[in-house]
Design a protein around this ligand. Structure first.
Ligand code: NAD
Length: 502
């Protein structure tokens, strides 16, 4: 059942500084997951709109690339202030179109603002290197130059943060940009860019398009696009990487995840429970850093599970856009909820047991909302579908393993490599885990070890395709190309017109 009870929010594209709503053959419904209401329709743009966006970016490119980094940073400073002024409005927008709680939405916006703050350091970040006398009288210098037209393709789960992982750094480095927010949550992205325009960004430097595969393919294959930043599921990330690189583009493509949280018998159990609840059920499990599998080691299960089950049962589910007491929101769509429920049901058929069953949770005031209560699936084993696939919903798997060695062997078999955490009071176990676990982001007594703006968001293996990650110095490297000049100026002396005889 879908409902539309109020005027739809506009969902325009931005090309060459002009906002407009293209008349496309199809649109994608944008929902408020808390109620199931349709709140907007995203135009599904094709190659013609993409080409217009590329032409606008190209027209603006040369002047923006020549704009001194400090001037570009000044616009970003103004942008940062506008983001602060509109902080609550942006967080409410995230909650409305995504369904996460207002506290989680504030985190989404705050983490994004931190990337803008980092990008404000452009003059420092873009400094090059020089070495005199690489051979007698010969100097070498390295400068970082923009790569040209860059593209950002975003997922639905962080409507503010993920776009801000991309364009602030790209713009700081002197590139022009085409942003494609997720067609499921385009409204926050539009508002973010309206504020950027207000901050004084010249026309055409950043353009916004909407759409799905057709739009993405046009971006991936356009000959004038130089670099693609992508965040989304792993199969699509792999496709983006392969197609983009085949078309000669630089690509960074962050994918999905399956993150383990080890609980050792010597763990601080209160903190383990709190950490696991946040890791597994924060944003209703729709996080690439979700701690979606608890691995109890040795006798840890006896102490962990009763408290964990009690805490999970206490999570209240509700309409986060109007009930601040709701601890967890709905998932993004009815279709996604059905997929998650399907995975839970299949795990039971395959021999797992449901320690907490959230399938029956209802929110009577909003029967159209996409709700699923928190689930804990116990006795999950390695071969089960729920152990292999990214679930991306409010479901915590529990696996039991005899010792740390066995747990690491099991976790290292999984082809994803985003995050992994351990709860322990043993420095030796923590050190062993950090050194040997195959994941790019590690938490020690921290359930969601998502790096902040100054570090790379560092997924490995099937969780990342490319070389240079998003954020931090790697982000700056991605959005610049280096030029090394070797120069020799013949010896100053006789024959130079300004040479004065002593
Ligand atoms: P998704 O892969 O379905 O969509 C991501 C983007 O790709 C969207 O803009 C969409 O329009 C586009 N797209 C979808 N299918 C496509 C196709 N076949 N061809 C071309 N483009 C296509 O991802 P989602 O469901 O929006 O987001 C959730 C996923 O993102 C999860 O897997 C999550 O783990 C991942 N994610 C990863 C990170 C990270 O840093 N590794 C961060 C956030 C989210």
């Amino acid at each position: 059942m879908t409902m539309t009870t109020q005027a739809l929010a506009p969902c325009p594209i931005l090309i060459g500084g002009v906002w407009s709503t293209p008349q496309t053959a199809t649109t994608n419904k944008v929902y408020n997951p808390s109620t199931g209401e349709v709140i907007a329709e995203a135009p599904m743009c094709g190659a013609d709109v993409v080409d217009a966006a590329v032409r606008a970016a190209e027209a603006a490119g040369q002047d923006w690339a020549e704009t001194p980094p400090a001037e570009r940073a000044r616009i970003l400073f103004r942008y940062k202030m506008l983001l602060e002024d509109h902080f609550e409005e942006l967080a409410r927008s995230v909650t409305r179109e995504h369904g996460k709680t207002i506290t989680e939405a504030r985190g989404d916006v705050r983490r994004g603002i931190e990337v803008v703050e980092y990008a404000c350091g452009a003059p420092e970040l873009l400094k090059g290197e020089i070495l005199e006398n690489v051979a007698r009288g010969i100097d070498c210098d390295l400068v970082k130059q923009p790569v040209g037209i860059c593209v950002g393709i975003c997922p639905y789960n962080f409507p503010a943060l993920v776009p801000m992982w991309m364009y602030p750094l790209a713009l700081a480095c002197g590139n022009t940009f085409i942003l494609k927010p997720s067609e499921k949550v385009p409204l926050t992205g539009i508002r973010l860019i309206e504020l950027l325009v207000q901050a004084g960004l010249p026309k055409g430097v950043l353009n916004v398009v909407h759409g799905g595969r057709e739009c993405v393919d046009a971006l991936l294959t356009h000959p004038k696009v130089r670099a693609i930043s992508f965040v989304g599921s792993s199969p699509v990330a792999k496709y983006i990487f392969e197609t983009g690189t085949q078309h000669g583009k630089r690509v960074q493509a962050a994918g999905g995840a399956k993150n383990f949280v080890f609980v050792m018998p010597d763990a601080d159990f209160d903190n383990s429970v709190t950490g696991l609840i946040d890791a597994a059920f924060g944003c209703a499990g729709q996080r690439c850093m979700a701690g979606s599998t608890a691995v109890t080691i040795g006798k840890a299960a006896d102490r962990l599970l009763p408290d964990l089950a009690r805490a999970v049962r206490a999570i209240t589910v509700g309409p986060t856009d109007r009930d601040p007491s709701a601890k967890m929101g709905a998932v993004i769509s009815a279709q996604h909820r059905d997929r998650v429920v399907g995975l839970v049901e299949r795990s039971v058929q395959e021999g797992a047991s449901l320690l907490v069953d959230g399938r029956g949770v209802k929110v009577p005031a909003h029967p159209g909302g996409f709700y699923l209560g928190p689930c804990v699936v116990d006795e999950v084993r390695a071969g089960m579908a729920i152990a292999k696939e990214e679930v991306f919903g409010p479901v915590l798997n529990v696996m039991h393993v005899e010792d740390l060695e066995g747990a690491m062997a099991m976790a290292n078999e999984v082809h994803f490599g985003n995050g992994a955490c351990i709860y322990t009071q043993s420095g030796k176990a923590a050190r062993e885990f950090r050194h040997r676990i195959k994941a790019g982001m590690v938490g020690i007594n921290v359930g969601v070890p998502a790096p902040l703006a100054y570090f790379p968001f560092s997924g490995w293996d099937y969780s990342f395709f490319g070389d240079l990650h998003l954020q931090g110095r790697e982000g700056i490297m991605f959005y610049t190309r280096q030029k090394v000049t070797t120069s020799r100026w013949f010896r100053y002396g006789e024959g130079d017109i300004w040479h004065k005889e002593k």
